[in-house]
Design a protein. Structure first.
Lengths: 357, 357
C-alpha cells in the first residue's frame, strides 16, 4: 500500500500523489494513503465517505472556510509516472495529474497537517470522481449525504489557475439539435428528404454566432457556443432521415440555467432541441469579506474562470467560492500536462499567509 | 442450414430468399442454399466463386446471354421477415429484399432450373456484395478473376424496374469532403478552431444544389448530389479538429467518370475532396439486335435507369445490357420495401417468353 510523507515539500508531495495512479473510479489507494497520513493529527477530525476524505478543525473560530480538491485524474496517456524537467530555465514536474489537480491537493494536505491553529476554522475536503459524470462526483455526493460538511463562509477549490485567483465559473450546457428527413435510395433522392442537408442552417448559425463577453461582479466572462459532434448517415447509398449536432454552450454566471436553456432553444428555433446536461455557473463571489481578505493576502488580481468547476456547487449552497491552484488550466487533460514547481510554492505561500494572518 | 424449394412459384421463392437474411457481407448461407438447389440440374454447369454462383447452359447456341442478380441486401430495419399484405386490392410481398432484388433472383433461379433448352445459351449469375463498395462487388470480382464468365451478346440484370425495361444507368461517385480545425477545450473555444462549423458551407451547397436532367440516346436521366453521411467530434468538451461529409453523386451516362470527378471538385472548391469510389454510367444500349428482340418479346417501352447498376460493368466489357425486374425502384432500400406479386409473375412470363421463343 502506497504511503505519503507530508513532512516533505509541497513539490515532493505532488510527486508522491501523482505517482499513485488514481484515474476516476480507481481512487481507493490514494484515499487510503491520505487518510493514513492525517491519522495522527490531533487538531483534525477526519472522516471518510467512500473515497472522499474530510478533515476539520474545530477551534471555535468566527468563520469557517472550505478548501477542497479532487484526487482523481483523467486517463493516463503515456504520462505516468512523473518526472522533473527543465524547459527554458523553468523547472517543471511533468505527468498526469500534476496540473489537474494533485499539486493543489499536495499544498492543501501539507497545510492541513501543519497548521494546527489556523486563523479560521477549516474544512479540508479531498474527493473522488470529479473528471466523470456529475452523478458520480464525490463533492456532489457529499452535498447530498452530508451537506453540513460543505457549510462555510467561503470556499476555495484548488483547480489550476496558474496560481492566480479565478472567480466563479461559466455554466455548462450540452444540447442535441436534430433534423429529420425521409430515407430513400440515393439514386432517387427526390423521393426522400435529406436530414443532413436540413442541418446546414444549424451549422451556419454556429459558425456565425458571436459569443458574448459579459461582466459579472467586475470580472468579464467569455461565453461559447460550439458544435462538439455531428453525426448522420445510414449507408453510402441511402438518403439519411436523421442528423444530430451535439452542441456545448458555456454561459456566463449572469444567466440562470433556465435562461441558458431558453437561449439555445431560441438560437435553434425550428429544430428539435434536447437538453442533455445543464450545470449552472457561479458568480465570482469576490464581494464576500473573507474573499476580499483572501485576495489581499495572496496579492493577486482576480480573473474569471471560463471552465465549469465545482465552485458552482458551493455557489448553489450559498457559499462564495473561488478557484486557486498551481498549473496552467490549458494543460489540464493534456498529454503533456506539467506544472511549474514555482507555482506550487507560490500557492503554498499564498494559502499559508492567509490562513495564519 | 436453410434450403430452397425451386418447384414452388416465383412468388414463394422470393419469400424463401428474403427470409434468409443476407445483408452485404453475410451472403454465405443464401449462396449455400442457391448452390444446393441447383446441384441436381444436368443441363447446368454450376461453379462457385466465394459467395457468387454461376450456372451455365452449354447447348452450342449461336448467341449467349448473361442474366444476373445480386443476393445481398442493405441492412434490415424492422422489415424482416417478409409478410404478404394487400393494399387497395393489390397483393404485395413486404420486407427487406423483396424489391432489391430477391424477386428478380427468384424468377431467375426458377427459370434456370426449369428451362433445360432455352433458345439462347444462358449464363446465370447470382452474386454478393452489390450494396457496398465496388471493390467488394461480386460481379466486379468475377470480371477480374473469370472474365470469360461475363462474356455474351446481351445481358439482363434483374434490378427492380417495375417490370419495365430500363436502359443503361447513371454513373455513381462517392466522395469525402473534409474540413480541418484545431483541438481545444470547449471552455476556451477561441484557442482552437471548429472544423464542424467550417463544414457549414458544404451542407448549404448541397441543400441548394439543383440537379440536371439530361437526355442520352432518347432517354432522360436525372442526376443527384447528396450527403449520405456526416461525422465529426472527439468528446463533449473538445473543439473538434476534423469534420467529414460523405457525398454521393449520381451522374448521367453522358458525363465521363473524369468529368464527374471534375464537377464535384468544382462544387466543393476550397475543401479537401477525396474520390472514394467512381463508377461510370452506361448508355442505354438498346440498339443491339438481341436487345431489340427482347424489348419486342416483353412488349415494354424502355425508360432510363436512374440508379447505378452493374449493367455498366457489362457495358464496359462491350456487352449491351438492360435492367429488367419486379418491384418499384423507389422502394429499394426503403423501410417499407414491398413488391406487387403480379410484377414477379409478369417478369417470369416476360423472361420465359423470350428464352423459349
Amino acid at each position: 500500500m502506497p504511503s505519503l510523507d507530508l513532512t516533505q515539500s509541497s513539490i515532493d508531495i505532488t510527486r508522491q500523489l501523482c505517482d499513485i495512479e488514481s484515474v476516476s473510479g480507481n481512487e481507493k489507494q490514494i484515499a487510503d494513503a491520505i487518510e493514513a497520513a492525517l491519522e495522527g493529527a490531533a487538531h483534525l477530525t477526519v472522516s471518510r465517505h467512500e473515497d472522499a476524505i474530510v478533515a476539520r478543525t474545530n477551534l471555535g473560530r468566527d468563520k469557517r472556510v472550505v478548501i477542497a480538491g479532487h484526487i482523481d485524474t483523467v486517463p493516463i496517456n503515456n504520462n505516468f509516472p512523473t518526472r522533473f524537467e527543465t524547459i527554458d530555465g523553468v523547472e517543471y514536474l511533468w505527468g498526469r495529474g500534476t496540473v489537474d489537480m494533485k499539486a493543489g491537493c499536495a499544498v492543501q494536505l501539507k497545510l492541513a497537517l501543519e497548521l494546527a491553529e489556523p486563523a479560521v476554522d477549516v474544512t479540508w475536503i479531498w474527493y473522488d470522481h470529479e473528471e466523470v459524470s456529475e452523478t458520480l462526483n464525490g463533492l456532489n455526493r457529499l452535498s447530498r449525504t452530508n451537506p453540513e460538511l460543505l457549510a462555510g463562509d467561503f470556499a476555495i477549490l484548488g483547480e489550476p489557475t496558474s496560481s492566480d485567483i479565478e472567480g466563479g465559473c461559466n455554466g455548462n450546457c450540452r444540447i442535441e439539435v436534430r433534423a429529420f428527413g425521409l430515407r430513400a435510395h440515393s439514386a432517387r433522392a427526390w423521393v426522400g428528404h435529406n436530414a443532413i442537408h436540413d442541418i446546414a442552417p444549424v451549422l451556419t448559425t454556429l459558425a456565425n454566432y458571436v459569443p458574448r463577453e459579459v461582466e459579472v461582479d467586475g470580472l468579464v466572462y467569455r461565453e461559447g457556443l460550439n458544435a462538439v459532434g455531428v453525426s448522420g448517415g445510414i449507408a453510402g447509398n441511402v438518403i439519411p432521415d436523421l442528423c444530430e449536432v451535439q452542441v456545448n454552450f458555456r454561459f456566463a454566471p449572469s444567466r440562470s440555467a433556465l435562461e441558458a436553456e431558453q437561449h439555445v432553444r431560441d438560437v435553434f428555433e425550428g429544430f428539435e432541441v434536447e437538453i442533455v446536461d445543464l450545470a449552472p455557473g457561479a458568480r465570482p463571489g469576490l464581494d464576500a469579506p473573507l474573499a476580499r481578505e483572501f485576495v489581499a493576502a495572496v496579492g493577486a488580481v482576480p480573473r474569471p474562470k471560463y471552465g465549469w468547476t465545482d465552485v458552482s456547487r458551493f455557489s448553489a449552497l450559498g457559499v462564495p467560492a473561488v478557484n486557486y491552484g498551481p498549473g496552467d488550466p490549458h494543460l489540464a487533460h493534456h498529454d503533456d500536462e506539467r506544472v511549474p514547481v514555482a507555482q506550487i510554492e507560490a500557492v503554498a505561500r499564498g494559502l499559508r499567509a492567509w490562513l495564519t494572518a
